[in-house]
Write a protein that binds this ligand. Structure first.
Ligand code: TNX
Length: 497
């Protein structure tokens, strides 16, 4: 490294933290900088993220110690809080002086979010693959931070088009960079089944061999799926698997004829119109099958939630639908998991603790809340990442347009009349992939709208302001380019040329 020092700043952090007290001066990271790790390994994943990012750009191989040496230069010291409850489940504090950094958090994820803030406070070149012959400096100051909502998610539909582990992991990198902590994977739909179930291998083998438009499809073997779950966990992200039932099931009905009741299986489906399929929910075999599926998914899922779908079951008779959802969600509970379903499940009796995901009809979401469900909010007009940014632009047009400003400018606490904020768990942005076939398109649909949603979920309403957000997020374009992340020049934001 040579004499050139590039300093970062706190001015464009997204999501905006609870408080920032900027000081004067900078802390230069150099070959004498060391990392001090707390015992117990709680900060190991966060430290690995920091060392990998900084190492790639600067060539620095920051040594990790359990205690500081007298001969050491500035240290980045990770410590648990004096009072373990003080920072909450995901909160953290950063104190940066001319002598070093102190990173305080009470949990694995708190340390990960602290590192994501440190990386944003470094100059853009410090997170890119190669920063050239320069050193990087952090601004001096104190950041205190904790999220508004515990559920800050994105959904990736791997059923309409299949995306392999590399694409999914690249998506996890985006989520983690903006402190989103849930990756909901939509693993099955009419057009394809994407996860190996060993009790019913034909689900992936036969049901996995189709996709929208006639492509080859694909599916995860369990080992690959475990790899994604672990990759995400290290970055603060919990995977929430969804098997959509009793509708959206043509791929399963095609692969497992017995799910049709009369044993007659439909052809594979490659179109986009949905709402025509249903499991035969009056047949005991269907519940035995669901029990097998949930058992294997639960074993693959360290997270607490399994999503049973439940949307647009237009081919299931209403009373049958209600009985199915009540029983299927009970089976999820029997396997030790918390059921979550799209808002339509509010028509059924639900086990305590069930979560409903609002997407279209406020009345259905309010009904679910009335039955005691807590809500994840994915209103299409604010959070659907497959919908066009602008009229005539690329994307699904059915919900009008969803600009970055539409994603940003709403308050989850007041969206649904009659649902108190205590019943709102958080927000989630779904990316449906009827029209998405590659990683670059995933990124164009989700950047900058997903960072905007991340701030909706993380930052207090009183701290949020669109004009201020659009100034901050425009600065991130340089990072996205350095990381080779594709993005959309959303018209509401003044981007650098
Ligand atoms: C509605 S949202 C659906 C999906 C489609 C999406 C396209 C929901 C629960 N169902 O099946 O992919 O619209 O925007």
């Amino acid at each position: 490294m040579t004499g050139t020092v590039v300093a970062g700043s706190f001015a464009s952090l997204v999501p905006t933290p609870t408080s920032v007290e900027p000081g004067t001066g900078t802390l230069v990271l150099g070959s004498d900088t060391v990392v001090v790790a707390p015992s117990g390994g709680r900060a190991d994943d966060a430290i690995a993220l920091l060392r990998t990012a900084v190492g790639a750009s600067s060539g620095l191989d920051l040594p990790v110690r359990t205690e500081r040496d007298v001969a050491d230069g500035p240290s980045i010291t990770f410590v648990g809080p004096a009072d373990p409850d003080a920072l909450g489940e995901e909160g953290y504090e950063l104190s940066i002086t001319n002598d070093g950094v102190e990173v305080r958090a009470g949990s694995h994820d708190g340390f990960v979010w602290a590192v994501q803030t440190l990386l944003q406070a470094l100059p853009a070149e410090a997170v890119g693959p190669s920063g050239g012959e320069r050193s990087f400096a952090l601004p001096v100051g104190v950041v205190r931070d904790a999220p508004r909502y515990p559920w800050r998610g994105a959904m990736l539909d791997v059923a309409r088009h299949f995306f392999g582990p590399d694409d999914v992991e690249a998506f996890v990198d985006l989520l983690s960079a903006y402190k989103l902590n849930r990756l909901h994977l939509h693993l099955s739909d009419d057009q394809g089944w994407r996860i190996e179930i060993r009790a019913h291998p034909e689900l992936a083998e036969v049901g996995g061999a189709s996709a929208v438009g006639g492509g080859p499809g694909g599916s995860f073997i369990q080992e690959q799926y475990r790899g994604i779950v672990e990759y995400a966990r290290r970055r603060g992200v919990t995977v929430v698997p969804e098997i959509d039932t009793p509708g959206h099931t043509n791929a399963a009905l095609h692969a497992v004829p017995a799910l049709n009741g009369d044993g007659s299986a439909p052809e594979a489906y490659r179109g986009v119109r949905v709402g025509f399929s249903s499991l035969c929910v009056t047949d005991e075999f269907t519940f035995e099958w669901w029990d097998d599926v949930v058992r294997e998914l639960a074993a693959l899922t360290p997270g607490r939630w399994i999503h049973l779908g439940g949307d647009e079951s237009n081919a299931t008779e209403h009373e049958d639908y209600r009985r199915y959802v009540a029983r299927a969600s009970r089976i999820v509970v029997d396997h030790g998991k918390v059921p979550i379903g799209w808002e339509e499940i509010g028509a059924a009796d639900l086990p305590d603790g069930t979560i409903a995901q609002h997407w279209l009809d406020p009345a259905k979401a309010v009904a679910a809340a009335g039955r005691g469900a807590s809500l994840v909010l994915s209103p299409a007009s604010h959070t659907y990442l497959d919908i066009c940014h602008v009229e005539g632009g690329p994307g699904n047009p059915w919900a009008g347009t969803v600009s970055a400003r539409d994603v940003y400018d709403w308050d989850p606490a007041t969206l649904l009349d009659g649902v108190p904020d205590e019943q709102v768990l958080g927000v989630e942005g779904p990316l449906w992939t009827e029209l998405v076939e590659d990683r670059a398109t995933i990124q164009e649909r989700t950047i900058p709208r997903l960072p905007a949603l991340a701030e909706v979920g993380w930052s207090e309403q009183s701290a949020r302001c669109w004009d201020e957000f659009r100034a901050r997020i425009s600065v991130h374009a340089e990072r996205w380019d350095l990381l080779h992340w594709a993005w959309t020049r959303d018209a509401g934001i003044d981007w650098p040329p």
